[in-house]
Design a protein around this ligand. Structure first.
Ligand code: UDP
Length: 359
């Protein structure tokens, strides 16, 4: 069986790593039954956003490295579509595997489905119900053309049912939970980030911001930036690994800070990120993945958006939806939860294994 995996952005490298490891394990026991080839679309392309993840998580080297980063949504998706189609025509895989909700996900799914190659979507059925998010469009369209839909949660399965998608839907658990378990232990042993940033356990806050709805909107980005600047103190500094898009937007809006306890650093590797997440006192984020990892690693989370796809983390009392206004964010900081209900929905750390056996 030949599978072509399509990735392009940071969260996809992490998810695909887990499935690639499961393929590798399956192949050892089953005489190399699955041939996996990888297309990297180049949506994220530099050392900090891409290469480090391939090294650290031992992801197979991409067979095809495209160069579709840093252009507008339409141009990016169009260019990917054309290049992926020509690869699929030559390789004729049995399945195309796509992950999450980026332009790479949509382009891969669209190219494959037009050639009648079955598409498997990992992280299917997630919805924010905010159609202004490019990711929401990508998810909905991908789910409606996929033939295998691997859902991380039961609510994702329900959502697909509501949209009339019943065939090929499987609740497998969350591959990000697999990643948190696998790399959580390794991070404790190998990441030097706490020492190198001189951070004490549970005495700092971690923040990430990269959603276009926040970065591209001056009012929103200002609200968030001023809030984190205000909460950054000597006792609780704020560490902000800065996404390249956010860097550009902070500069464009002239947002700078003289507060030495707001520690703006380049994006960090996955192992460093896990260690920061585990040992932060609180996490503030607009990332989908980081909200869940906050839950996995038992660190309270404040979400810098008006809604979330990961509704279970809110129901579990561990994630507060703050939006982008400074006062709301400060109110959430003042009322950090202490009780965290257990969510069984995310699986047992064997989601990738389930995906491979179902395929
Ligand atoms: N992440 C990382 N380094 C960073 C910031 C995030 O390794 O500097 C990881 C994070 O732990 C999570 C994933 O990247 O696993 C989330 O990606 P991102 O926030 O870019 O995308 P989203 O999850 O919102 O789609």
């Amino acid at each position: 069986m030949k599978v072509i995996t399509i990735v392009g952005a940071r969260p996809q490298f992490i998810k695909a790593a887990m499935v690639s490891h499961a393929i590798h394990t399956h192949n050892r026991k089953n005489n190399n039954q699955i041939e996996e080839l990888l297309i990297h679309t180049g949506q994220h392309y530099d050392e900090a956003m891409s290469r480090i993840f391939f090294q650290e998580m031992c992801i197979p080297t991409p067979t095809w490295q495209l160069n579709c980063g840093n252009i507008s949504h339409g141009a990016m998706t169009g260019r990917m579509l054309e290049e992926i189609e020509s690869i699929l025509l030559k390789e004729k895989p049995d399945y195309v595997l796509v992950y999450g909700d980026t332009n790479s996900t949509l382009a891969g799914a669209l190219a494959a489905s037009k050639l009648q190659i079955p598409v498997a979507h990992v992280e299917a059925g997630l919805r924010s119900f905010n159609s202004a998010m490019p990711e929401e469009i990508n998810r909905i369209l991908t789910d409606h053309i996929a033939s295998a839909l691997f859902c991380p949660t039961k609510s994702a399965v329900e959502q697909l049912k509501n949209e009339g998608i019943l065939n090929g839907v499987h609740h497998v658990g969350d591959v990000m939970y697999d990643a948190a378990l696998t790399f959580g232990k390794i991070a404790e042993q190998s990441s030097p980030i706490l020492q190198s940033l001189k951070l004490n356990r549970k005495q700092f806050r971690l923040c990430t911001v990269h959603r276009a709805e926040n970065t591209d909107n001056q009012e929103r980005l200002t609200g968030i930036f001023r809030a984190i600047e205000e909460i950054a103190t000597e006792d609780y500094p704020v560490v902000l690994p800065l996404h390249p898009r956010t860097k550009v937007c902070l500069e464009r809006f002239g947002l700078t800070s003289q507060n030495p306890y707001l520690r703006i650093i380049p994006p960090v590797s996955f192992l460093d990120m896990i260690l920061l997440e585990k040992h932060a006192f609180t996490i503030l984020t607009d990332s989908g993945g980081v909200q869940k990892e906050a839950y996995f690693h038992q660190t309270p989370c404040i979400t810098l958006r008006n809604e979330t796809e990961w509704v279970e983390t809110v129901a579990a009392g561990w994630n507060q939806i703050a939006g982008y206004e400074k006062e709301n964010i400060l109110n959430c900081i003042a009322s950090i939860p202490t009780i965290r209900e257990e969510i069984v929905d995310y699986g047992t750390g064997k989601a990738a294994e389930r995906i491979i056996s179902l395929l």
